[in-house]
Design a protein around this ligand. Structure first.
Ligand code: F6R
Length: 239
């Protein structure tokens, strides 16, 4: 894996946005695989600025997001659909009908996952997938386990992830305990992957990811199977 170690979060966000922008310039009707969480927020801000400056055009772009809580409505300000609208889609010239997030309202979540997997195959593969990494090494909501899922699936969130995400909710009881997420195979189907990590809390997960072993206790280590992965992190996350 290639690594880019940056001095600041600002620099990380700029480097990540430049890589995404290059993909968009090379192919204006590209497919972007996107992530939520706090890490890519700075990158989204840069992409919005570039779009406003006329440097990049979202009008023909399709997006597929990694995951969504379940159950949750898109109007809930903690849903990942709401996050994407709020942090990117509402501020750029994207056609929202071409932005996809797993359906947190589906009556049958397993059916919704199968439909999402088929959709990613139909519109994809993603030209670039943006990832964050959980403190426990998760990517998407693929949590550490003895076996990892290949395709989009319903998953329970681990206690550590529920705790980490409680900061966004009124109380820990409000954090959904399930999610719909792309599987490891869905993620690896992207042509190019960037994974962003900042802060000391991510250092252990980053170390395990870069240890050169396929370790299901660190799902991000599966990225070693891909030939075009760039890790963009700050110095403390790479400690
Ligand atoms: C978000 C996602 C998660 C986050 C991870 C890191 O769509 O799939 O895997 O990337 O939990 O979250 P932050 O960036 O909030 O530390």
């Amino acid at each position: 894996m290639k690594t880019i170690v940056c001095k600041t979060y600002e620099e990380m966000s700029t480097r990540a946005a430049e890589i995404v922008a290059d993909v968009m310039k090379a192919n204006p009707s590209c497919v972007l695989g996107l992530a939520t969480g706090s890490t890519p927020v700075g990158m989204y801000k840069k992409l919005i600025d570039m779009n406003r400056a006329g440097e990049i055009d979202f009008s023909a772009v399709t997006t597929v997001n990694l995951d969504e809580y379940y159950p949750i409505s898109p109007e809930n300000d903690q849903s990942y659909r709401y996050f994407m609208n709020d942090n990117l889609f509402n501020h750029v010239n994207i056609d929202k009908t071409k932005t996809f997030v797993p359906d947190g309202t589906a009556a049958d979540p397993h059916e919704a996952c199968a439909a999402y997997e088929a959709l990613v195959k139909r519109v994809g593969p993603a030209d670039i997938q943006v990832l964050g990494i959980g403190q426990n090494g998760h990517i998407g909501f693929n949590e550490p386990d003895s076996a990892l899922e290949v395709e989009t699936h319903v998953t329970g969130l681990t206690e550590s992830t529920i705790k980490a995400n409680a900061r966004f909710f009124a109380s820990i009881e409000d954090v959904p305990t399930q999610a719909l997420t792309m599987g490891i195979g869905t993620i690896l189907s992207a042509k190019k992957i960037i994974i962003l990590a900042n802060g000391a809390a991510k250092a252990e997960a980053v170390k395990k990811m870069l240890a050169g072993k396929l370790d299901t206790s660190c799902p991000a280590s599966m990225l070693n199977l891909h030939s075009d992965v760039t890790v963009i992190c700050d110095e403390v996350a790479m400690d």
